[in-house]
Design a protein around this ligand. Sequence first.
Ligand SMILES: *Cc1c(COP(=O)(O)O)cnc(C)c1O
Length: 368
Amino acid sequence: MPKAEETVLEIDLNALAHNFRTIKSQLKPGVKFMSVIKAYAYGNDSVAMAKKLEELDTDYFAVAYTEEGIRLRKAGISKPILILHPQPVNYAEIIENCLEPNLYSARTLQLFIDIAEKQNQKNYPVHLKFNTGMNRLGFTEADYHHIPEKLEKTKSIKIVSAFSHLAASEDWKEREFTLSQIYKFKDLAGKLLDDIGYQPLLHLCNTSAIFNYPSATFSMVRSGLGLYGFANDPNLDKNLKPVGTLKTVISQIQNLEEGDTVGYSRAFKVENHTRIATLPIGHADGIKRIYGHGKAGVFINGEYVPIVGNVCMDIIMIDVTNIDCKEGDEVIVFGGPQHVTKLAGDGGTISYELITGISQRVKRVIIE
Ligand SMILES: *Cc1c(COP(=O)(O)O)cnc(C)c1O
C-alpha cells in the first residue's frame, strides 16, 4: 500500500468481501442478505460498496433517504433498494427510480396508495414496518388494523416485506426485551400473512442480532456496521476486517520551549522542550473537538501520539516529542493499530457516529 501523502480514507474492498462472506456464513441457507449502505455506506463510499456488493450477490440494498437511492440508481445499481425513511413528498421520485419505500404508518401507507393508484401501478413493491418496542417508526399492534383495511381496496401495491428493528440487540442485559420484540414481530407477521394471503419477506436482525439472535433471522437480515468491519463486540470484531483506514501526514513540525502555547485559545501550554506536529485534518473532516486536549491520539509507525490543544477546522496538533518522525511522514487516525471502537470511545461516542462523520471532503481511495 502506498504511503499517504495527504488526508485519505482508504477503502479496502477485499475487507468488505471478507465481512460479507463472514456474516453470510452465519445465516441458514436461503436467508437473504440486505446490505445497508445508507450515509455513504457508513462514511465510506456507497457507490463503490454497492458495486462490490452486487458482485458478491447481495439480495437487497437499504438506504435511509430517497436521494441516496437515486444516487445508486444513477450509478447503475440494479438490485432492489429499500428506502428506510422516506417522506411522502419523495413518493413520485421513488416510483420513477424503481425504489421501494418503507411505509411505516397509516398516513404514509394511504398517501403511497393514492399516488400508485393515480399512476395505475399494479403490485408496486413496498415494505411495511412494525413498531415492536423501538418507538421510532412503524405500525404498532394498535394501528395494525389500518393495513388490511387499506390493502383490501387496492391492487396498486404489493407487500414484498414486513420488518421491524431491535432496540438493544447488542446488549445482553436487554435480552428479555429483545425476545419480547421478536415475539411481537412474529405475531404481527402472522396476522399479516393471514390478511394478505401471501408470504412477504420478513426481517428483523441488524448486525448484532445476526450474531446474538441467530434463530430470529427470519427470511432476510439487514447488515450495515458488520459489512464495514465492526459488530459492537470485541469478540465478534475479531472475525471482521475494518474496511476504512483514515490516514494523514505530518505537514510541519514545531520545536517549542517552556512558555510557548499551541493553537486556538492557547489551549496547550508547553512545559519542557516539545515537538509539535501539525496534521491536515480537523473537525470539518469529522475529527470532533472532543478529541483534543489529550482525549485521543493517532498512530505514527505503530506508536500512539496524543492530540494536544484544540482541534481546529482543518488542523490538529499532536505531541511528537518522543516519537521518531519527520515532516511528510504518514499518520494513522483509525485503522491498523487504532481500532475505530477505541477511538470512538475516547471521544464519548460509538463507531457508527465516528465513521459516518468522516466528511465528504476527505478523499476516498478504493483499494482492491
Ligand atoms: C441502519 C439500520 C440497520 C443496520 O444496522 P447495523 O447495526 O449497522 O447492522 C438495520 N435496520 C435499520 C432499520 C437501520 O436503520
